[in-house]
Design a protein around this ligand. Structure first.
Ligand code: ZN
Length: 196
């Protein structure tokens, strides 16, 4: 089989079925010094990573449709029953029951504010966010946790109102399908592919 065929995963009878190659070693390259003496080699290795979403899949699928889905503990015996979690938690951290999903899109659009923020020029590998990255910790009315996001329009300040935008065109089903902008940002000024 050709090395050029992309790795592919489908689901058959509720299980992942893997096809083609997921690991691609490439030709090593010598590293020479300025006198022509061998100092080492590079070992290029490409791999296709598989991230199973499990119970969080609905969160990622919903962002592609412009929806922000949180979870809530509805266990009547739980001391924190009714707590709403964003980031999405599959299980209640207090009673470990399976949580219910709850759509907080309208809540996020109406009353999300910056709790704190951090601006950094240094990024991790494969960064796709514009630099400097403006990380914002987002507080929602009625939600008991804080969500980390990236502000891509406006300058962050504590308490400022922000609204989510979603990559509804060509979504990638990763967390950057949702970004944040200052309240009042024009729909014409959003990054390509994103909508309110
Ligand atoms: Zn609970």
């Amino acid at each position: 089989m050709s090395d050029n065929v992309p790795a592919k995963v489908t689901v058959v009878n509720g299980r992942y079925k893997f096809e083609n190659k997921f690991h691609h070693p490439e030709k090593n390259q010598p590293i020479w010094d300025d006198k022509g003496v061998l100092k080492g080699i590079t070992n290029p290795r490409n791999m296709t990573y598989v991230h199973a979403y499990g119970g969080e899949a609905i969160f990622f699928e919903s962002m592609s449709k412009g929806k922000l889905i949180a979870t809530r503990c509805d266990n009547p015996d739980c001391v924190t029953k009714g707590s709403i979690y964003m980031p999405f938690r599959i299980h209640c951290p207090d009673c470990l029951a399976r949580t219910s999903t709850v759509d907080i899109t309208d809540r996020a659009k109406a009353n999300a504010i910056v709790h704190s923020f951090m601006i950094t020029e240094r990024t991790g590998a494969f960064n796709t966010l514009p630099t400097p990255i403006k990380f914002v910790n987002i507080e929602f009315d009625g939600v008991c946790t804080i969500l980390m996001g990236a502000l891509v329009r406006g300058e962050p300040s504590i308490g400022m109102k922000v609204v989510p935008i979603f990559k509804t065109q060509d979504p990638e089903y990763i967390i950057t399908d949702m970004l944040w902008v200052a309240e009042g940002t024009s729909a014409n000024d959003l990054p390509e592919g994103y909508t309110f």
